[in-house]
Design a protein around this ligand. Sequence first.
Ligand SMILES: [Zn+2]
Length: 301
Amino acid sequence: MAGTVGGILVGILLALVLGAIYSYLDLYNTISIYLTLLATMGAGAGLGLGVGKFLHWAKVRNVAVLYGVGAICALVLLIWSWEVWIYAFLHQAKLQVSMGDLLGSPRFLWRVIGAINEKGAWSIGGHVGDKGTPVSGVALWAVWIGEAAMLVGVPLAVIKWAAMPAPFCETCQKWCEKRALAKLNAGDGGAFRREMENKQFGAIAKAGPAAGSAMRFWDIYLEGCAGCDSTQTFSMDEVTLTLDKKGNLQRKTKKVIRRLNLSPEETVAVATQVAGLSNPEGKAGGDSEQSRTMSDNKAAE
Ligand SMILES: [Zn+2]
């Protein structure tokens, strides 16, 4: 509960700061519409990441709460950026209106917005309409709706990613860690996923280890608790490496298996399979303690 309240407070504070910066940038930037677009995304992403990181630190892991806090903060960002923008816009036009007038009366704010919409606030030189003609009416409403969608949508799109980068161990009350297992030959990802979901872990040996030079492979890893065996999950990403025109290596990752829950026994079975990859003749299926140690060493490399 304290984490949730803290998240809302931190988020509102962040929204006030980001909203103010964003509004002034929006108003005074007449150079590039792309800069405005970037600022809109930046304000939204900054808010989502900031609140998300705080909620992660506060160990808030209820997804509904995450989105609830995110929505409240995003609405504050949206409304506040309007307040600041209108305030700055009127002052630029030498109209003396206090922030109190705008904050105190939503109806007054709404009328000002309507009046600005009728006249048009700015022009998109040469892009839309005649050069220098202010964008107004329906076109301006459309831009504003798009802007609002971004200011609210972007924080919500990134908050879970920032707050829950890994599963949470309820036993130890801490976030889980990622442990690399192996790189496998890429084959039929759908079939591999079905086999793993049915706990047919022999699929790992069947795929076999990928060659060091492979440009397409399966990256398998565990995300689990470092402190106990009660929370372990298995994931597989299909990785494709390509060389771009400049000769730089580009890495494309497709998540095929996403956090498949494993019991302690299943975790050992997976680790045994992975150990068998580097030692195909001998110990696979043998001493599980040794297999785990081997997979731990592999992860530490
Ligand atoms: Zn634990």
